[in-house]
Design a protein around this ligand. Sequence first.
Ligand SMILES: Cc1cc2nc3c(=O)[nH]c(=O)nc-3n(C[C@H](O)[C@H](O)[C@H](O)COP(=O)(O)OP(=O)(O)OC[C@H]3O[C@@H](n4cnc5c(N)ncnc54)[C@H](O)[C@@H]3O)c2cc1C
Length: 542
Amino acid sequence: MPSSPDAVVVGSGPNGLAAAVTLAAAGLEVLVIEGAPAVGGGCRTEELTLPGFWHDVCSAAHPLAVASPFFQRFDLAARGVTLAWPEVEFAHPLDGGRAAVVTRSVGETAARLGADGRAYRRLLGPISGHMDQICPAILAPLRLPPRHLGPVIGYGRRAVLPASLVARRWRTTEARAIMAGAAAHGMMPLTAVPTAGIGLMLTALAHAVGWPVVAGGSARITDAMAAAVVANGGRVETGRWVRSLAELPPARAILLDVSPKELALLAGDRLPGRYRAALRRFRYGPGICKVDFALSGPVPWTNQACRRAGTLHLGGPFEQIAAAEAAVAAGRHPEYPYVLAVQPGVADPSRAPAGRQTLWTYCHVPSGSTADMTGRIEAQIERFAPGFRDLILARAVRTAADEEAHNPNYVGGDIGVGLQTLRQTILRPVPRWNPYRTPARGLYLCSSATPPVPGVHGRCGELAALTALRDVFGVRDRPDIGPGRLRSPAAIKILLIPNGLLRAPPAPASPGGVGPPGRPYLSAPLSELRRVAPAGREVVAS
Ligand SMILES: Cc1cc2nc3c(=O)[nH]c(=O)nc-3n(C[C@H](O)[C@H](O)[C@H](O)COP(=O)(O)OP(=O)(O)OC[C@H]3O[C@@H](n4cnc5c(N)ncnc54)[C@H](O)[C@@H]3O)c2cc1C
């Protein structure tokens, strides 16, 4: 590879890597530069608490990855990434041992909702039944008219409402809790628009594709993406924070997987003052405080169905969750927060030693908060699973301020990179016909600060890369990113060299060699490969 790449991607989150995969598949020489010691951004897995306990550092549940047209073409399964579906997609425990329980079946879910069963089926049935047509529209550039107008309008006319308005049509605590728990992912008061859209989309995805975890951890997704970049002749360099575009090697295109705040800092006066001022007006949302637990056994949820759920929404009835989210929006730390919990062990036993469990949780807090919410998160779990605290072997806590310190994209701990208001959902990060293109020639933004939505789906990166391919390289056709396009995994030889640079040599490697025992390279985290092969040694796919 020449020392000057065709394109440089700064940041190796799912969007940075989706951009790199797309550019490399088009035959370009691509260099990915990542500041953190490992690739993956918001899609990583580490032993955060105790040895043998593998925690998803950020994303854990992956309905968007399943529904994403990018990942459908990339074909995670063919690259050794296994998704694991829980029996219950998500559950919402309530006091007195009751719970709202969402499974893949709309009918089964509705049947548990008593008086609201029919209304639930009438609303969620058509949306989830057409998710294969609605999702490509949600995950597409909004300037293009959707292909399937009817189903998209059916979803869209409710999506622009606040969750509180849609929940008003339901009477049971359970049905209303489903809407509250799913809509509160948006990190906004439930009276704000478009919280109904967020709640309906996530609930419909639970029915349409499920909310799986990744066997072995979310990092398997981004490891497979990084391996695809390398296999296509690209390079991935970790442990190098970029402070200015001037530090980058000359390249015809630069794609930044960063926040609008960092885009302005890195590019400085390469961007016109008006555009920088617009970037400064971009509004960030509240932060999160995340607590990961190593447990001596499964969480003893009073409600039996909750024991089989991958994801749980904690906080009680609609009104209590609405109050918690309103408090956060007003700059307060709620005494009884809305807590998101994922227990990956119900679908993937590999996350902890036999009989043990990991538990992933977070709650919303005001932007930039340094408050440790462990006590309040534990109290919410204990409320629905008495005896939980006795199982705790170890905890790892990240405040909102810590989140930003680990990843500058999460400004003030805002993991959605920007408030999900209607305006900022459509016009992210600033009003422009093509939001990925900046006014500086050859400079693109490819992070989740651009459309369509936050989450692990790779579409922001792919759409930015397609824009760069058209603008700079005259490539108009979407490159084939499928596994057939790449050299076979068995032929990939990775060199690990001291500064953390990963690259594949031009000549095909001989099979065999070092690798984690019993596992093909493409499904092993890069960190494991680093452990088995000290810097400078060669690792050959097994
Ligand atoms: C705690 C948490 C839980 C989440 N849960 C889910 C979930 O369950 N499901 C889901 O779909 N999504 C979830 N998300 C959201 C999802 O992780 C993000 O939307 C997604 O990772 C965004 O991808 P990205 O590539 O745009 O940015 P990121 O994944 O944030 O990656 C950006 C990368 O750029 C690097 N970088 C930034 N600036 C520089 C620089 N100057 N120099 C070098 N490198 C730089 C960062 O280190 C980082 O690796 C969660 C996020 C968090 C934090």
